[in-house]
Design a protein around this ligand. Structure first.
Ligand code: HEC
Length: 195
């Protein structure tokens, strides 16, 4: 079932994909990150909506499982590294935040709890690997997400069975519409100071 899904959907998705507009050698990191995050969310959301309509939530699990990581890899070009992170992961291998992402996600949740909708944050950071441009765009939970991330008693039996099988450590349920589900994270290494 998994491989059938991949073979059917992925070539279609990439064949129809508009070419990613990449900036030159010295792109504006913030503008380019915004473009990447928006394009990623639009393509993933569109594909998810289509699969939910045609295959139902059980069939659409493959979109999140196969297509989301494939799209993240596809958009990781020209030095921009793209991923999806969350404080409560379903796929902890791909989605566990690092220290900077974690503190920004916690900040998003605080803003959300205070009634303001968090959108994005960016910063220049430095670690043992060098200097980085960091960008995080909040992903709000929409009503359609609840079919797979909502209260367990609201989710279809086949979805719960598949999730339990594929993601025994799943933490990504119990969300309500409007909660911050996670974020698109983009980072790009900067030239060392003095270069
Ligand atoms: C059909 C079921 C389904 C629906 C609907 C769904 N998701 Fe997911 N979601 C998943 C699965 C499965 C994963 C794990 C993907 C993986 O293995 O990388 C996931 C992972 C994620 C992640 C990555 C972080 C993590 O928890 O591992 C984010 C962020 C996310 N979903 C957001 C959303 C949002 C926002 C929506 C609504 C627009 C949504 N999802 C709708 C099934 C779904």
């Amino acid at each position: 079932m998994k491989s059938k899904f991949t073979h059917r959907l992925l070539p279609l998705l990439f064949a129809m994909a508009p070419a990613l507009v990449v900036a030159g050698d010295n792109p504006d990191n913030l503008e380019e990150s915004r473009r990447i995050a928006q394009a990623f969310m639009q393509r993933l959301g569109g594909t998810l909506k289509q699969q939910l309509a045609t295959a139902g939530p059980g069939g659409a699990i493959g979109v999140c499982k196969q297509v989301a990581p494939a799209l993240a890899a596809d958009y990781s070009r020209n030095g921009f590294l793209v991923s999806r992170v969350s404080l409560k992961t379903r796929n902890k291998t791909l989605g566990t935040p690092d220290a900077w992402e974690r503190s920004m996600l916690e900040q998003f949740d605080r803003q959300q709890a205070q009634g303001s909708a968090p959108t994005e944050v960016n910063e220049l950071t430095e670690d043992a690997d060098g200097r980085w441009f960091r960008y995080l765009k909040a992903i709000p939970t929409q009503p359609m997400c609840l079919q797979c991330h909502g209260q367990p008693y609201d989710m279809a039996a086949d979805v719960k069975t598949m999730l339990a099988r594929e993601y025994p450590d799943d933490q990504a349920t119990g969300y309500r519409a409007g909660d911050i589900r996670g974020a698109i994270s983009i980072k790009r290494k900067l030239a060392d100071a003095g270069e």
